[in-house]
Design a protein around this ligand. Structure first.
Ligand code: NDP
Ligand code: GNU
Length: 311
């Protein structure tokens, strides 16, 4: 039995493009949704053409044309959604409900919905307005499970480019040069993942019976780091100490006032990650898997190496 045919929805997106590349690299017949709505977005067009050059097939479909979605998913065995969550660019997680319906109608297809962050099933207590990310992901999961569609939920923890590159500072995507805000005592453990490894693990899970109807965490031992440990790695690389300013929980949460919606969402997520420790304050359960344990052959990127490009 050959490798499953994979359709990536949201394939020109930030994690989506990496999932397309990983699917091609691991030898899956790879399909990418081509939406008419991308119009004159030349960057997306160029990305789609580059995927085609690498052997991917483009499938035209639109979320405003349900039958085009059904026709598209009928070409494949597995659909992976990398639909945007709540952040800088757009916020369309609930559009996936149409995709669930199309997959249900087509039948015999596994679905990996757009997760790739904190496990939303553990965030019932999450702060407003950031909780919307988790609530919407849970609505999609409910639809998948009610439709009895086989699934795998990929919990990516923190994308390194959004959380490690900036030493976990908000509002910037490069390391600070003089001072760094430390959340509380900075000793709460987080998990930082290179996005390319998330894509690799996601594709490894596609045909793996061990991940069928399971939650797959990316929590490799060397990448379980506190913010203070991450800062120390950077200081070692630069040979320069940063001035550390400890931010109390109260002051951090108070900073939400006066921020725009996305900023407030971010404060909520950062709070749960760096004050509460929501990524590491639990053991991975019986009915759950950890990616570096299932796929020890993957030489996942450590943050010492990830940070080098920012020097
Ligand atoms: P992007 O903002 O890159 O968007 C991904 C894709 O969503 C787009 O490329 C587009 O697909 C599709 N999309 C957006 N709007 C629409 C629309 N109106 N109709 C149809 N398709 C649409 O997403 P990210 O890669 O940043 O996020 C993907 C997932 O990763 C989310 O679940 C998010 O929560 C999570 N995430 C996690 C992070 C972490 O640190 N763990 C960091 C960032 C995101 P197309 O290619 O067809 O144009
Ligand atoms: C990260 C962000 C970075 C926000 C997740 C504001 C979903 C997740 C770790 O919403 O846009 O500065 O788990 O000023 O489950 C936001 C998104 C990151 C947080 C990405 C995200 C992480 C979404 C900021 C900022 C770098």
């Amino acid at each position: 039995m050959g490798k499953s045919k994979v359709l990536v929805v949201g394939g020109t997106g930030y994690i989506g493009r990496r999932i397309v590349e990983a699917s091609l690299k691991q030898g899956h017949p790879t399909y990418v949704l081509q939406r008419p709505e991308i119009g004159l977005d030349m960057d997306k067009i160029q990305l789609l053409l580059s995927f085609k050059k690498q052997g991917a097939h483009l499938l035209r479909a639109s979320f405003s044309d349900y039958h085009s979605l059904v026709d598209a998913v009928k070409h494949v065995d597995v659909v992976i959604s990398a639909m945007s969550g709540v952040h800088f660019r757009s916020h369309n997680l609930l559009l996936q409900l149409k995709l669930v319906e199309a997959i249900k109608e087509a039948g015999n297809i596994k679905f990996l919905p757009s997760e790739f962050g904190i496990n939303p099933a553990r965030m019932g207590h999450a702060l407003e307005p950031g909780r919307v990310t988790f609530d919407e992901k849970m609505v999609v999961r409910k639809a998948i499970e009610e439709a009895k569609i086989p699934f795998t939920y990929v919990i990516a923890n923190c994308f390194a480019a959004y959380f490690a590159a900036n030493l976990s500072q908000m509002g910037i995507l490069f390391p600070p040069t003089d001072t760094v805000n430390i959340y509380g005592d900075g000793n709460v453990k987080a998990v930082y993942m290179d996005e390319n490894d998330i894509a690799t693990y996601t594709i490894k899970a596609v045909d793996d019976p061990r991940t069928l109807n399971k939650t797959l965490y990316a929590r490799p031992p060397d990448n379980i780091l506190s913010q203070r440990e991450l800062v120390q790695k950077w200081e070692k690389l630069t040979g320069k100490q940063l001035q550390k300013i400890s931010v109390s929980e109260q002051d951090f949460l108070a900073s939400m006032k006066g921020m725009d919606f996305v900023g407030q969402v971010g404060v909520g997520h950062f709070y749960h990650i760096f004050y509460e420790g929501c990524l590491t304050n639990f053991e991975i359960g019986e009915n759950e898997e950890e990616a570096s344990n299932l796929y020890p052959e993957v030489k996942y990127t450590r943050m010492d190496d990830f940070l080098k490009v920012y020097l």
